[in-house]
Design a protein around this ligand. Structure first.
Ligand code: SF4
Length: 194
């Protein structure tokens, strides 16, 4: 898809998401949080759901977990401005509770449209919900890291959510290593199902 068309699609989707009422999370949110990043991004990150800071600002990963993500990206030789970031849900669950299956299902078409529009070289699932959003199954990150996974033929790298690193700094090394893998895959020739 030409970049001008991709940019138009992303703007249209952001508008639609900000007005979305497809699940009950719309009732208590301050702001829905559309995906963010360049339309030609080769790396596409999928988190869990907006938290308090994201809900306030209407932007993804702007709270403490966002600072961890920025640090990890920098250590991996990447920059936020070069990657696309979204989540399984685009509205904050009350008190940051876990996403419900019906909410994930209601919000999934946006994730699918984002991946189709961006057409990244590699997808990075941040945490078990990011993984569930992409592969459709509940899997533990610790047991899934390093396994070959794909979403409609695009490779998926499973790694820890930056919020988990806040509680266990030892996971930073693993998050950075997985982001380095994503960087290397994004630079390789496009491979389907790799
Ligand atoms: S979480 Fe997703 S489906 Fe639910 S209201 Fe927000 S944008 Fe719509």
């Amino acid at each position: 898809m030409p970049s001008a068309r991709k940019d138009r699609t992303l703007r249209r989707m952001a508008k639609e998401i900000r007005q979305c009422r497809k699940c009950s999370l719309s009732q208590r949110r301050k702001n829905a949080v559309p995906g963010e990043g360049p339309s030609n991004a080769r790396i596409f990150l999928v988190g869990e759901a907006p938290g308090k800071a994201e809900d306030e600002k209407g932007e993804p990963f702007v709270g403490m977990a966002g600072r961890v993500l920025d640090e990890a990206l920098k250590k991996a030789g990447l920059h936020r401005s070069k990657v696309f970031i979204t989540s399984v849900l685009r509205c904050r669950p009350p008190n940051n509770r876990n996403p419900k299956a019906k909410e994930i299902a209601a919000c999934r078409p946006y994730l699918e449209s984002y991946v189709e529009t961006i057409s990244p070289r590699v997808l990075v699932a941040l945490g078990s919900y990011g993984l569930r959003g992409l592969v459709g199954k509940t899997l533990k990150v610790g047991e899934t890291r390093g396994k070959r996974l794909d979403y409609k033929g695009t490779p998926v790298i499973a790694t820890y959510h930056p919020a988990a690193v806040l509680y266990n700094r030892k996971l930073m090394r693993k998050l950075v290593s997985d982001l380095k893998k994503a960087k290397s895959k994004s630079q390789a020739k496009r491979s389907r199902g790799g």
